[in-house]
Design a protein. Structure first.
Length: 65
């Protein structure tokens, strides 16, 4: 057999690249899942109302928030 066919496929750099890619993809998916969960858990009625002028513009929509 030729030397190319007898070499191991999973060498150190390939294994590192695979593990790093899986780790980055896992972090990306987890971050997006976190954003979706937070968006559904948020209370949109308590959003800031920037349509007023002055310091009053940075108050909650309802005093109970």
């Amino acid at each position: 057999m030729s030397p190319v066919l007898t070499r191991a496929f999973w060498t150190g750099p390939r294994l590192f690249a695979l593990v790093a890619s899986v780790l980055v993809l896992t972090i990306f998916i987890a971050a997006n899942i976190h954003l979706i969960v937070v968006s559904f858990a948020s209370n949109p009625e308590c959003a800031l109302q920037p349509n007023m002028e002055g310091v009053v513009a940075l108050r909650a929509a309802r005093p109970s928030c």
